[in-house]
Design a binder for this molecule. Structure first.
Ligand code: NAD
Length: 288
């Protein structure tokens, strides 16, 4: 029976550390601020934005929300991003995705100052991750690395399989595992023999968006299984990409949904915002 990786507990520890860092910075007269931008009425986005604001309040980060109507033009959004780029109170800018269809997401991401890009989606930050010289890591893959570390399982030399090749999860996830010396395979919607490839994985990360795609017969006994999926079922419940009840019998470690990767993503956003403030203000977190 797999050990459950408790993302709630681990994220609470990260947030405690962030809170301490913020307190120390505040004592030095350095404030930390995050702007969250929400365009339109996507209910899931509303939930994520609320969680982010709540987390800011809990760790002492100043936050402001900019809610814009669905019909906001690309120019209007770009102009808000420019304003936030120049705003000294704001160290991190997060534009909640997805954006309405008439707005080019890439254009908006490219407009965010790389120093304030706490999601690490700007091409400059993506490139720096590729070469292993980064200030920020994208929040979800960074959180997953913490979850894997919590198991004590070494990544070096292990077979790692990431299902999903999105720019925000799959690709950076694979890169981080590679930086830690894993032997990494990326699978996607056109992959043949998915089950066979997954069965080779000592560390399996599912970031697909298909409820319960990963079954017991796709998991190597004892493997670390990380479920990134957040799928809303018709009855309103939340379900991962892994069939938890089935896979729990085979895996060595497994993340639940909810309570696994989700809380870590927000904790890492808090950490990235502090890092951004420290870099922009040439500050150091003085430790006692
Ligand atoms: P995406 O839709 O951008 O990418 C999905 C990927 O899965 C694609 O690369 C596609 O090729 C692959 N795929 C689709 N069907 C497949 C199949 N049958 N077999 C193998 N591969 C297949 O999604 P995303 O943004 O990477 O998100 C993935 C999931 O993770 C979603 O459920 C999303 O809600 C969730 N998510 C959770 C968090 C969190 O904090 N917990 C953060 C980001 C995304």
């Amino acid at each position: 029976m797999a050990q459950i990786i408790d993302g709630k507990l681990i994220s609470a520890k990260v947030k405690d550390q962030v809170k301490e860092q913020v307190e120390k910075l505040n004592k030095q007269g350095v404030s930390v601020g995050l702007a969250v931008v929400l365009v339109g009425n996507n209910p899931a986005s509303r939930v994520y934005v609320n969680s982010k604001k709540k987390a800011c309040a809990a760790v002492g980060i100043y936050s402001e929300e900019h809610t814009l109507p669905e019909e906001t033009t690309e120019e209007e959004l770009l102009s808000l991003v420019q304003k936030l780029n120049a705003d000294k109170k704001i160290n991190g800018i997060l534009v909640q995705l997805p954006l309405p269809r008439h707005i080019d997401e890439n254009k908006i991401i490219n407009a965010i100052s790389p120093e304030k890009d706490v999601d690490a989606f700007h091409p400059q930050n993506v490139g720096r991750i590729m070469i292993g010289e980064f200030d920020f890591l994208p929040c979800t893959p960074a959180g997953i690395m913490e979850l894997i570390a919590s198991t004590g399982v070494e990544i070096t030399g292990k077979r790692c399989v990431v299902i999903g090749r999105s720019n925000i999860v799959g690709k950076p996830m694979a890169m981080l595992l590679l930086h830690k010396n894993g032997t990494v395979t990326i699978c996607h919607s056109k992959t043949q023999n998915l089950a066979e490839i997954c069965r080779e994985a000592d560390i399996l990360v599912a970031a697909v968006g298909v409820p319960k795609l990963v079954k017991k017969d796709m998991v190597k006994p004892g493997a670390v299984v990380i479920d990134v999926g957040m799928n809303r079922l018709d009855d309103g419940s939340l379900c991962g990409d892994v069939d938890f009840a089935d896979v729990q019998e085979t895996a060595g470690y497994i993340t639940p949904v909810p309570g696994g990767v989700g809380p870590m993503t927000i904790a890492m956003l808090m950490q990235n915002t502090v890092t951004a403030a420290v870099l922009q203000k040439n500050a150091v977190v003085i430790t006692d």
